[in-house]
Write a protein that binds this ligand. Structure first.
Ligand code: MF3
Ligand code: CO
Ligand code: CO
Length: 272
């Protein structure tokens, strides 16, 4: 069960990794981020989400890495592509992007056994002002959560910081999906909630690896999963956005494993 006999696990079931493990996460995180960097020019009106997924699959293969999502619980694609009111787990396919669409592309790769999981927002053509505001707020919420990642803080501090920023902007935080521990596994304890109360939840310790991946809706927070058993949408059909980083807790703060080498985590499009 435990493939890392030298490692420690907290009483909340959270694995404590050692310095060599950070290097594995750096390599996995960098590849996932490079793939997202390369996609920018391929997102335009008339493009299909299936073609984007084909590109992602080819880039993972060319890097000699493995897609974590192909074969995961029966999922068959190298990415999730969630357009407009799709909250997460959008299935790539023949559907064509149209002018003004906003989309999250979420990629998880396995490099030498380590998982790198990241997503960001793209736009096809010219987005509406309210869509850009949603995307900006969602990005800022993720970074505000990351600002609380250091030993001694709690997971509740992270969630509360995200929720405060989002609700101040009169938008809502999705409750039905959360971030997660990861490392040599895709989804591990803890559940990283994007809402909550300061001082609650497990305390962060150096060596913990997890994702923060807030989903923010312009309307109400409720979601539903479509008949395909994957696609999660907002119940009120309002627009939704998401950003995701994989991070590690260091002695003094946090290392983001999935930073964009091209500096295009946000925005991914040219903006004036
Ligand atoms: N990458 C997603 C996450 O952030 C998980 C996708 S699982 C899939 O945790 F099967 F839908 F691809
Ligand atoms: Co994730
Ligand atoms: Co992800």
């Amino acid at each position: 069960m435990d493939d890392n006999p030298k490692g420690r696990v907290t009483r909340d079931g959270i694995r404590i990794h050692d310095p060599a493990d950070f290097d594995g996460m750096r390599r996995a995180g960098r590849l996932a981020a490079e793939i997202l960097d390369a996609l920018g020019p391929h997102v335009f009106p008339g493009q299909s989400t299936g073609a984007l997924d084909d590109l992602i699959r080819a880039m993972i293969e060319d890097a000699g890495a493995i897609s974590a999502t192909i074969g995961y619980r029966g999922y068959r694609h190298a990415s999730c592509i969630s357009v407009n009111h799709v909250v997460c787990h959008g299935i790539p396919g023949a559907k064509l992007l149209k002018d003004g669409d906003i989309l999250n592309i979420d990629v998880t790769v396995i490099v030498d056994g380590w998982f790198g999981d990241t997503s960001r927002m793209y736009v096809a053509g010219t987005p509406s002002r309210k869509a850009v505001r949603l995307i900006d707020v969602t990005h800022d919420a993720l970074m505000e959560g990351i600002a609380h990642v250091r030993p001694g803080q709690t997971f509740g501090d992270i969630g509360a910081a995200i929720q405060r920023l989002v609700e101040r902007e009169r938008m809502s935080v999705v409750r039905d999906f959360c971030g997660h521990g990861l490392g040599r596994v895709f989804h591990a304890p803890p559940n990283v909630l994007h809402y909550g109360r300061p001082g609650t939840g497990a305390r962060l310790e150096e060596g913990m690896f997890f994702t923060i991946e807030p989903m923010v809706n312009l309307g109400r927070p409720e979601t539903k999963v479509l008949a395909d058993e994957w696609t999660a949408v907002t119940r009120d059909k309002s627009l939704s956005a998401q950003f995701e980083h994989s991070v590690g807790v260091t002695a003094t703060g946090c290392e983001i494993f999935t930073l964009s080498p091209a500096g295009s985590f946000h925005p991914t499009w040219p903006r004036d």
